[in-house]
Design a protein. Sequence first.
Length: 260
Amino acid sequence: MDDVDADAGPKDRIQSIERGFAVLLAFDDERTNPSLIEIAKATGLSRPAVRRILLTLQHLGYVEPTGGSRWRLTPRVLTIGQHYATSSAVVAVSEPHMGRLVEETHETASLSALDGDEVVYLARVPAKRVLNVTAAAGTRVPAHATSMGRVLLAAAPPEFVERYLVDPGLQPLTPHTITDPDQFRDALEKVRRQGWALVSEERERGLIAVSAPIRDHTGQVVAALSSSSSTGRTSPGHIERYVVPVLTRIAKEISSDLGG
C-alpha cells in the first residue's frame, strides 16, 4: 500500500531521522556556530548521540566542523528548500503573478504558508527599494503579528486558533502588537469578512504589510500573498485604496490558476 498514514503513531516513525532533523534545526540565529554541548542542550539529546548525528551529517555534506568542537551548516542544506520550491505548485504558479504585483504596486511581494505556529516565507520578489527587513525564502516569523499570519490564522480551524492564543500566545514584539485575545479574535473575524489583512508596525517598527489568501482547487487557503512597505513611504489609507484592489485581484488569479 503506497498511501502514507498522516496519523501514524510513534511506532511507525524512525527515531533516528527525528533526531537528525532536531540537530539540523538546532542551528538558528542564536546558534550559527554551536558546539556539540550547545546542540545537546538545545535538542535534549545525549552528547554521544549528537556526536554520531553530526558525523553522519558531515559525511552527507550538510555540516562541517570549524574547530574548537564547533560546527556550522554547509550550503548543501539550501538544496532541501530549493527542492520544495521547484516541486511546489503554489510557488511555481505564484511567482509570475508576484512579479506583476511588484510592477503594479512598486512594493515587495511575498508568498508564505503556516507551518506549526509560525509563518514561513515560500518565495519573495523584492521591489527596487531595499526595506530594513530581510526575509528570504525559508524565513520564519510569528503568525499573530503579521498580515500573512492573520490571513492564514483566519482560515485555520477555531480549535487551532484557541491553542495558539495559549501557546505560543500573543507575544508583544512592538508597542503596537495586539496582545489581547478578544481583540485578536475580532481582528481575525474582520479578515474573514473583508478577505484581506492589514498590519502596521506589529512585528517591526516601520513595517506595514497587507495580505490576501491563496486558495487551492478545494477552496482551502494554502498560502498568503503579501505586499509590504515602510510606514515612512505609505499609510494604511493609501494601501487600502491603491494596493488592496491589486493584491486581492492577483491573489484570486493565482487561486484560479490553482483550480480555486
